[in-house]
Every structure is written in structure tokens, then in C-alpha cells.
Design a protein around this ligand. Structure first.
Ligand SMILES: NC(=O)c1ccc[n+]([C@@H]2O[C@H](COP(=O)([O-])OP(=O)(O)OC[C@H]3O[C@@H](n4cnc5c(N)ncnc54)[C@H](OP(=O)(O)O)[C@@H]3O)[C@@H](O)[C@H]2O)c1
Length: 198
């Protein structure tokens, strides 16, 4: 599967590693441009390809891993992503580390509004970097990944990827309800959860 990372910072790189381990090619993008990502891509291996934002239409599944304060700019900068699966790993945390006031909306609903014709699926945002980066296999258990989204096919595609990474995914339902539970400040955020066999 062709994938892309929109914002290859700390979280973007951790997810790129998992995609590459599962043998998917990954276009890496950031704000500074493809040339600045050459070294990072070389470390990740031949499936990692530095790219400009304008090139991400080559991917089917795009991971959104930018800071909340940069979202509007990114939405203005990206090419036409109609129909693409947009995996929202963001949290509505401002640069001073306070929560943004979303006026009752789920953060992913705002992401969906900013990238209107993409199919948004929220996952992995509920973990700290160290748990996203770690092996999801814990003893004989699997770390849990929550998934929310309005488009069933898109959600299934993301669930398959999470399974390939080694997570046990749990579907929380749609963006309006499910994603609120897993976003920063929600009851399922920042818990290190592992599912063990019965
Ligand atoms: N860190 C965590 O533990 C954690 C856990 C769960 C979720 N999250 C969420 O994940 C998101 C990313 O966090 P992070 O810690 O990985 O942030 P980060 O290290 O600051 O990385 C952000 C990336 O976004 C890129 N970017 C900024 N503006 C852009 C633009 N206009 N176009 C393309 N790329 C752009 C930056 O590019 P440059 O490098 O060129 O500036 C950078 O590579 C945030 O929403 C955060 O809330 C973080």
C-alpha cells in the first residue's frame, strides 16, 4: 500500500517505522521540504521516500501528524485529497500545552471540516510517543489501538494496517462520539492498555 506522512516529526517518524516494517512504501513530508528529509529517509530505509506535499496524491493512506496549531496551514497547503484516507493522529493541544476550546466538537470533526472530502479515521493519538514507537507486542498480549471514523471501508483499511503493526484494534464508532473518547483529555487517552489472551 502507498502511504504518506504529513509532518514527519516525532510521531510521524514513529509511524513511518511501523509502515516500513510492514513493507509499505512511505512518502515523508514536512514543512521544510523533501531535501531536509533525506537523512531521516536514509535511516528508515529504501521504502521511505522524501517528498513535497504536492506529491502526496500518490499515496492512498495519509497519516496526519502535525501540531494542532499548524493544521489550518497544512489544510491550505495540501493538494486535492478527495477520497483519500486521512489518518488523524493529532491532538487539540496548543503550543502553550493547553487544550484548544472546540466548543463541544470532537477534534476529528474539525479535522474532517478542514480536509472535507477525505475519509478521516482517528487512531494512535491516544498514546504518548513512547507507546506508539514501542513494539505493540507486550509479553503474550497486544497493545490496544482505538479507532474511530465515519467511513467503514476507510476504518477497515486502517484496522488492517494496525493489525499488521501488531496492535489489537478496538472500534469506538464514529468521529462525533468515538473520537472524543480517545482524544487528549478524553477518558481513553494516555492509558497504556494491553489486551491479553483469556
Ligand atoms: N508527541 C507525542 O507524544 C504525541 C502523542 C500523540 C499524538 N501527538 C500529536 O501528534 C501531532 C504531531 O506531534 P509531534 O510531537 O510529532 O510534533 P513535531 O515533532 O513537532 O512534528 C510536527 C511535524 O509537522 C511538520 N509540519 C509543520 N507544518 C507543516 C506544513 N505546513 N506542512 C507539512 N508539514 C508540516 C513539521 O515540519 P518541520 O519539521 O519542517 O517543521 C514536523 O515535521 C500533534 O498533533 C500531537 O498533538 C503527539
Amino acid at each position: 500500500m502507498k502511504t504518506a506522512i504529513i509532518g514527519t516529526g516525532k510521531i510521524g517518524e514513529a509511524i513511518a517505522k511501523k509502515l516500513i516494517k510492514a513493507k509499505h512504501s512511505v512518502l515523508l513530508t514536512n514543512n521544510k521540504g523533501a531535501a531536509s528529509l533525506k537523512e531521516k529517509a536514509a535511516k528508515l530505509g529504501s521504502l521511505a521516500i522524501p517528498a513535497e506535499l504536492s506529491e502526496i496524491t500518490r499515496a492512498d493512506v495519509l497519516f496526519l501528524t502535525v501540531r494542532w496549531s499548524h493544521l489550518k496551514q497544512v489544510a491550505a497547503d495540501v493538494p486535492n485529497l478527495d477520497g483519500k484516507i486521512l489518518v488523524d493522529v493529532t491532538n487539540p493541544i496548543l503550543d502553550d500545552m493547553s487544550y484548544d476550546n472546540l466548543k463541544g466538537k470532537a477534534a476529528s470533526e474539525i479535522v474532517q471540516e478542514l480536509f472535507p472530502k477525505t475519509r478521516v479515521v482517528k487512531t494512535l493519538n491516544h498514546y504518548f510517543l513512547k507507546w506508539i514507537d514501542a513494539d505493540p507486542k507486550v509479553d503474550n498480549g497486544k497493545r490496544i489501538a482505538f479507532v474511530s471514523g465515519d467511513d467503514t471501508e476507510a476504518k477497515n483499511t486502517v484496522v488492517n494496517l494496525l493489525n499488521e503493526f501488531g496492535f489489537k484494534s478496538i472500534d469506538l464508532g464514529d468521529l462525533a462520539t468515538g473520537s472524543k473518547l480517545q482524544q487528549a483529555g478524553g477518558p481513553l487517552a494516555a492509558l497504556n492498555l494491553v489486551s491479553y489472551p483469556a
